[in-house]
Design a protein around this ligand. Structure first.
Ligand SMILES: [Zn+2]
Length: 449
């Protein structure tokens, strides 16, 4: 049986190759919005997986499905990539293909992962390859990645092309160290996470590519630092509220109904609501500590035509954050009640338009995958504490929608480097996270000393 030392050495031997791969990957400008060059990114990743012996499937999202989630953003293709190796994940193969796996020439009957299934666990690594726009203020070219003082600079280096790089090279290292892949490894690389993930990992879950039938353990390789795992995230509800009054000339304002006045009434109620939400704290280890509470912020306000017209319409946009234990449905109800109060107080119509939601998600710190990764992290750090993300990410699709609790977030990128100018990832983080992924995978498969 290979040793973990052999696995760690195999990762170290690949450091240069990993950095070169990451730089090539970062040079593909996959900014979202608007969602540029997804085809090019997917082709690069598909090729990387094919040369590593994965069975590769390109999963494109049909335009009508895109339109359901992004009605104004259907003008570019959504291209996701899925690669599998090892035994076929039990849920997605044809019965006839399983004869050599299930014993006795019979198709396996059990759909329970790990039960009646001697082919080992099915481990799924997933990451997104869209990046947020680089913006103007970089001191380097965001898409000409450079290496300086042990860091790789480039848009997406932390969030999160280094995560995808790590999971690919973790499996390379396992194989190089002589580990036989028991069960299966799936790598999925998806798009549109930065705009909600519905046409990325959300779509893969909807279509059954990630389900309890084919996935025992899932690692979402988002940037939470190689020194800790992330167990989940707060939820979010983004929406507009509009007030509808009546236009009038400013010199005869009495003839109108000022929509800004009604919005002021609503915003005052939101202020009280915000104070109440701050009392709704969570015991979950949300980082930073100040984010261990529910919240709401008005983020945009828009009204008016001219300085002499009483506006008949005012629209405000809100960002409501939910702590674990809250639901989007209950948050919607609370907003509706405040809207009804404003309608009653002002006599104006108040309208709600939802932009996007994500339910809060958390998995227990003592689930198998969390404990396995935690143990391996301690090979490199004196201590580690799991965190919960202040924002939302794609983990919710796997946990909430696919119903897979054995799903953590772990990757080499630094949270504080996500979405900033001159984004970088430290190379030692990349190497350490790759080692942790490789050794943890071997542990989950029970194939290491
Ligand atoms: Zn990300």
């Amino acid at each position: 049986m290979p040793t973990t030392d052999a696995i760690y050495e195999a990762v170290e031997a690949r450091e240069e190759e990993m950095v070169a791969f990451l730089r090539e990957f970062l040079a593909i400008e996959t900014e979202n919005p608007p969602g540029r060059n997804y085809r090019e990114g997917a082709t690069f990743l598909a090729e990387a997986m094919r040369t590593r012996g994965y069975d590769v499937e390109i999963v494109e999202v049909p335009t009508d499905r895109v339109a359901e989630h992004y009605p104004e953003r259907t003008d570019h293709e959504r291209v996701n990539v899925l690669g599998r190796k090892g035994d076929n994940p039990s849920g997605r193969d044809e019965p006839g293909e399983r004869d050599d796996l299930g014993g006795g020439g019979e198709p396996r009957e059990s759909d329970e992962p790990g039960e009646g299934d001697d082919s080992g666990p099915h481990v799924h690594f997933t990451g997104h390859f869209d990046v947020v726009p680089a913006g103007e203020d970089w001191t380097r070219d965001p898409y000409t990645p450079t290496v300086e003082e042990g860091r790789v600079y480039g848009r997406g280096s932390s969030d999160m092309k280094s995560g995808i790089t790590a999971s690919l090279f973790a499996v390379d290292a396992l194989e190089a160290a002589g580990v036989d892949i028991e069960g299966s490894i799936t790598q999925s690389t998806t798009v549109d996470e930065e705009t909600g993930g519905f046409t990325g990992l959300g779509y893969l879950v909807e279509e059954g590519y990630v389900s309890p039938d084919n996935t025992d353990y899932c690692v979402y390789t988002e940037c939470f630092d190689a020194s800790r795992i992330c167990l989940g995230h707060r939820g979010v509800l983004k929406f507009h509220v509009s007030t509808h009054g009546e236009k009038a000339h400013g010199c005869m304002a009495h003839d109108g109904a000022n929509a800004v006045a009604a919005m002021t009434d609503f915003l005052t109620r939101i202020e009280t609501y915000e104070a109440d939400l701050h009392e709704r704290t969570t015991e979950q280890p949300v980082t930073p500590d100040a984010s261990r509470r529910a919240d709401i912020s008005p983020t945009m306000v828009d009204a008016g035509y001219s300085e002499n017209v009483v506006p008949d319409r005012c629209r405000a946009t809100f960002y409501r954050v939910l702590v674990p234990g809250e639901t989007v449905a209950s948050a919607r109800r609370e907003i509706r009640e405040l809207m009804a109060d404003t309608e009653q107080a002002t006599g104006q119509t108040v309208e709600y338009e939802e932009i996007m939601f994500a339910e809060p998600t958390t998995v227990p710190a003592d689930c198998t995958i969390a404990e396995t990764y935690t143990d391996r992290i301690l090979d490199f750090y004196d201590e580690t504490e799991p965190v919960v993300s202040p924002g939302s990410d794609d983990q919710r699709f796997v946990v909430n929608d696919a119903g897979i609790e054995e799903c953590i977030v772990y990757g080499p990128g630094l949270l504080q480097q996500a979405h900033v100018v001159d984004e970088y990832v430290p190379i030692d983080q990349l190497v350490t996270a790759t080692k942790v992924m490789a050794a943890s995978t071997a542990d989950l498969m029970g194939v290491v000393e």
